[in-house]
Design a protein around this ligand. Structure first.
Ligand SMILES: [Zn+2]
Length: 190
């Protein structure tokens, strides 16, 4: 590793605040893995525990505690899979609750600067980092996108509708501006 910011440590837990589940993370050396390889074992339903198996060779300058790229990819894939299950369900529930049509398609991505977006065809794309946010903020983001079914822009009519659906709309908007710093763990953003 040459220069740049030091790598994050392997997290000791993954807390998916949106669904209220904590996963303990343990690292175990597995001699049969080729160098640089990692595996992730998900112990559910027996336990909310993830085991990262890593090859004996250290991934970074600081050894087994440093979060290498392969390990990070395993953890991101885990969060993505959770998001692919949780966020469409939450979106459909919010749509049903407010009487909006369910989106024809829900995509899960990881853009740097957006929580969610809606295409002209109605597909709603959700940032998997939403999984780290409190549930009321996630709900606000989903209601925001569902409000775009009626109003494409962010004009006064859009905000009036959103404020009807979420009476704490302004509070939640303000909280979302600090949500990366407050809730999203550093390890997922290299
Ligand atoms: Zn919008």
């Amino acid at each position: 590793m040459t220069g740049g910011a030091p790598a994050a440590d392997v997290p000791r837990e993954v807390f998916l605040r949106a669904e209220g589940t904590r996963f303990e993370v343990e690292r175990v050396e597995e001699r049969s893995l080729p160098p640089g390889e990692t595996r992730l074992l998900d112990h559910r339903p027996a336990a909310n525990r993830l085991t990262l198996l890593h090859a004996p060779a250290a991934e970074g300058a600081r050894g087994a505690d440093a979060l290498g790229r392969a390990t990070r990819e395993r953890l991101v894939a885990f969060v993505r899979a959770e998001a692919a299950r949780f966020l469409p369900e939450a979106l459909f529930a919010a749509a049903d609750e407010i009487g909006a049509p369910r989106p024809p398609r829900v995509r899960i991505g990881m853009p740097r600067t957006r929580w969610a977006s809606r295409s002209s065809s109605g597909t709603i794309s959700c940032n998997l980092e939403l999984m780290f946010l409190p549930r009321d903020l996630v709900r606000h983001v989903l209601l925001h996108e569902l409000s775009h079914v009626t109003h494409m822009d962010h004009g006064p009519a859009f905000h009036a509708l959103l404020a009807r659906l979420d009476p704490l709309s302004r509070v939640h908007e303000a909280a979302l501006r600090n949500a990366v710093r407050n809730y999203v763990p550093a390890w997922i953003r290299p």
